[in-house]
Design a binder for this molecule. Sequence first.
Ligand code: MN
Length: 230
Amino acid sequence: MLMRSLKILVTMLCALGVFAVTAQAQPFTLEPLPYASDALEPYIDKMTMEIHHGMHHQAYVNNLNAQVKNFPELEGMSLESLMARISTFNAAVRNNGGGHYNHDLFWKIMAPAGQGGEPSAELLKAITGAFGSLEEMKKQFNQAAAARFGSGWAWVIVTAEKKLAVTSTANQDNPLMDVAEVKGTPILGVDVWEHAYYLSYQNRRGAYLNFWWDVVNWNEVNRRFAEALQ
Ligand code: MN
């Protein structure tokens, strides 16, 4: 009888939010992959996707949420706003906030081979204007990705002048960050951390980069390009 009364009391107090103060705010969440974890095979294997999304990306989200106690303003802040003022935060927010933004983009700009569509006429025109051809853009992008020493990303961005450019960043930085050497809105990006390719490709980053184009989701890249022009 006493136990039952205690349980009812605890339930009531929980409902009133009395114990809620002990719970940490978790404003950042990991979205599920937009396709099955084996959907990008054979180009990106299932185990790589499961570890990369479920463990690496989840850790960036958890570690970013753990910083909310130090920076309450993170709650309710969009990732884009956070990137624009990343220099006012600590290294943990920079690394994990960047990691969360970058991977969220990465999953979305990929699709199973044959399902990603093609560059739109508008995007192709901009690519031709900036690089001469799509093949040349891929070449410059792969060179930037291959030349990134250690861990990082290569990007295609829309600059402030609304032009396309290829750039790369170290670690989990990205071109939206106020600390980026080359700034712009990323519409395409590839993860060249070893965790992104090592199980299938080992040290052959170049092979991973060549095959990776087969799983680019051009439909999403087109959408991001149009949005960045607005
Ligand atoms: Mn990664």
